[in-house]
Design a protein around this ligand. Structure first.
Ligand code: KMH
Ligand code: ZN
Length: 269
């Protein structure tokens, strides 16, 4: 099966002071997504920023960004409902009303660096149910072993249907460390029909992305997950990180999915 490459252009944490290439305005994000699509990305994972560069769940900003992306290229759109640590769940969940093809679903509350990422169980259930009603495919974000069990319960409760899609997020302070052993442990416990990728934050990004691909997973690339192309060398943008992920896949003799192939693998068509 060809490998799906997702580009995560912006995220909630980094700023232009960390990497001047970080896209933050709707125009910059759309241009970065379009470049990433040209390099081989089939899915765009989106966070939005306000005029001061802070994470926002502002609907008009999201709408404008998605519309610019749709004008630029046919990439599949996945909106983050994680948004950013300071944004209330009630604001974050409204983003699915835009009916993107996909959105993230973060199943559990956790410490996240020096902050707190609040995902109360009943709010998560309500959001999962609403995504089901709207036909928005959830990508479940697992930051630690118990998060997978929480997701399996959502599946058991009938709140997630169809082929389940997971991101295994490793390397967040407050979640599981970015080690091959932690990745293997989680991969072995995924449902048989799962579609999955590794999101390796920071230093281990390249190595764990390679291991994930070798284990049969998809890959995510972009400035949300690492600001560097190589140790000590800032990435000149998202395109270069997607090109690197595509190169990894091809070195492993794996084909890279185009948008139609990705949509069919994800059960979107
Ligand atoms: N920022 C990553 C640690 C989300 O946006 O909902 C996880 C993530 C989740 O991408
Ligand atoms: Zn994200």
């Amino acid at each position: 099966m060809p490998v799906i490459i997702t580009v995560a252009t912006t995220g909630p944490i980094a700023s232009k002071a960390d990497n001047p290439s970080l896209p933050t305005s709707p125009e910059e994000i759309a241009a970065a997504v379009s470049e990433a699509h040209g390099e081989g990305a089939a899915v765009a994972h989106l966070h939005f920023r306000d005029g001061e560069g802070r994470p926002t769940a502002d609907i008009a900003t999201a709408e404008r960004t998605v519309s610019l992306i749709k004008d630029a290229c046919p990439i599949l759109v996945q909106i983050s409902t994680g948004v950013g640590l300071g944004v209330a769940f009630s604001e974050r969940e409204r983003l699915v009303e835009l009916r993107p093809q996909m959105a993230t679903l973060n199943p559990c509350s956790m410490s996240f660096g020096d902050g707190e990422f609040r995902n109360p169980p009943n709010d998560v259930r309500r959001l999962a149910g609403r995504m089901q009603e709207l036909g928005v495919k959830p990508e479940m974000e697992i930051y630690d072993t118990g998060h997978l069990d929480a997701c399996l319960r959502l599946i058991d409760e009938g709140l997630i249907t169809g082929r389940p899609q997971f991101s295994i997020v490793l390397g967040v302070q407050g979640g599981a460390a970015a080690t091959p052993a932690n990745l293997l442990n989680l991969v072995q416990r995924l449902p048989d029909n799962a579609v999955w990728q590794v999101i390796a934050i920071g230093r281990a990004n390249l190595q764990l992305t390679a291991i994930g691909l070798a284990l049969g997973g998809n890959a995510r690339a972009g400035l949300e997950d690492t600001l560097f192309l190589r140790r000590g060398e800032l990435s000149p943008g998202n395109g270069a990180l997607v090109r690197r992920a595509v190169g990894l896949a091809r070195s492993l003799d794996l084909a890279v999915a185009n948008v139609d192939e990705a949509a069919s693998q994800l059960g979107l068509i």
